[in-house]
Design a protein around this ligand. Structure first.
Ligand code: EPS
Length: 388
């Protein structure tokens, strides 16, 4: 449901690399490969990742759309090579090979293995798992960093933190003095990207324990956005609603099984009189503000100038070192699911991916309302017509 931006990714997890194209960003925005690399590194860190992350050192090359460090308004193309490709040249060979690798035939419950081979009539699960892999989210973060830079030009900040991993929960609130960018600086120094130090230790423990048992753990995280004006998205049609657009983007992330905005599910425990955010005059600015932000910054599908608060749930990853029951798709015999190198926990990485998806959706919605061909046009439009 992108209206002004268009983007696509290509690439298999153990192929040559990932490719992404983002079209629709205005001309005149400064961008460097270092800025993109900074956010790619944020996604790679996080307690519980497997050995693959020691191999990859993600750095995207800008292939098109930028000249002398500035966007041209033309499609921006990024290439992100897989360092691991050297170890996979034979298995993932693009040309036919005389001795193909043994096919994978025992689908992992919870992965795309079974549905994928049925859908595409494959006899080798690798033909599905390579693209179903969350490796692809590296390119989303690369493209999302372009959208993030665009938003930052207008003081719109997006940050995130992990709220829980398995049974370990961080109950702390984000101090109002901590902007989303500062929140990121703070939690990026935590191996599990959480604020509370005691919760951090508990989270590390549950990841260690899962790893020891050959198991995996999921969790929840929160994405916060500040600085948005009124009126991104619209109430007039289902596919224009900002809430729907964010929901779609977050639900498209691998292993994400739920999204909530504001109080979300827990809001149902409050009567309307407590849930709704009363409107008052801000004594300092003379403008309008709210007594609370239970709606999470969106009302009737439009941003309401309050911070956007979004939470999401990631299921435990399906590749297990102690595999579950499965059936061989070639022989029909019972067996144990395919087992390969994986992450015991990827919740911290998923929170950075979710930030990136939020950046892409919000940049799109901002351009829809204040769009222009050049950054200066967008700046003037926001300054003259934006209401905060
Ligand atoms: C993934 C399995 C692991 C992860 C991978 C996602 O890869 P491998 O099978 O090569 O060890 O490390 O994530 C990434 C490569 C990444 O960049 O996030 C999976 O099956 O989804």
């Amino acid at each position: 449901m992108m209206r002004k931006l268009r983007w696509l990714t290509a690439g298999e997890s153990h192929g040559k690399g990932l490719i992404g194209i983002l079209e629709g960003l205005p001309a005149g925005m400064d961008i460097t490969e270092d800025y993109i690399a900074f956010h790619l590194t944020r996604r790679q860190t996080g307690y519980g990742r497997g050995k693959r992350m020691n191999i990859e050192e993600d750095r995207a090359e800008i292939y098109a759309g930028v000249r002398h460090g500035m966007t041209l308004g033309s499609p921006i193309a990024l290439v992100l090579p897989n360092k691991d490709w050297d170890n996979w040249r034979h298995i993932m060979s693009i040309t036919p090979t005389e001795q193909p690798a043994r096919p994978i035939t025992l689908p992992r419950p919870g992965h795309g293995d079974l549905a994928g081979v049925m859908k595409y009539s494959f006899s080798d699960i690798r033909n599905v798992l390579e693209r179903a892999s969350a490796r692809e989210t590296a390119m989303r973060v690369a493209l999302g960093s372009l959208a993030r830079k665009f938003l930052l030009e207008f003081d719109i900040e997006v940050g995130s933190r992990v709220l829980s991993i398995h049974s370990a929960t961080d109950q702390s609130a984000v101090p109002s003095s901590l902007s989303p960018e500062n929140l990121n600086i703070h939690v990026d120094s935590s191996p599990v990207r959480c604020l509370d130090k005691q919760a951090e230790q508990e989270m590390i423990k549950v990841v260690d324990s899962a790893k020891q048992k050959g198991d995996s753990v999921g969790g929840t995280f929160e994405v916060l956005t500040t600085g948005l004006p009124y009126g991104l998205g619209s109430h007039i049609q289902w596919d224009l609603k900002l809430k729907a657009r964010l929901g779609e983007a977050i639900m498209s992330i691998n292993a994400i099984e739920g999204v909530e905005i504001g109080l979300g599910f827990s809001g149902t425990q409050h009567p309307g009189s407590c849930f709704q955010d009363e409107i008052i005059t801000d004594e300092e600015t003379g403008g309008l503000t709210r007594t609370s932000n239970n709606a999470g910054g969106i009302e009737a599908g439009m941003s309401n100038a309050q911070p956007i608060v979004l939470r999401a749930a990631m299921k435990p990853l399906p590749t297990l070192m102690k595999p579950l029951k499965s059936v061989d798709i070639q022989t029909g015999e019972s067996g144990l699911a395919h087992k390969e190198r994986t992450d015991a926990c990827a919740v911290p990485a998923a929170s950075v991916v979710a930030e990136s998806m939020v950046c892409l959706v919000l940049a799109d919605a901002l351009l829809e309302k204040f769009g222009g061909d050049h950054m200066e046009q967008v700046r003037v439009s926001i300054k003259e017509t934006g209401r905060f």
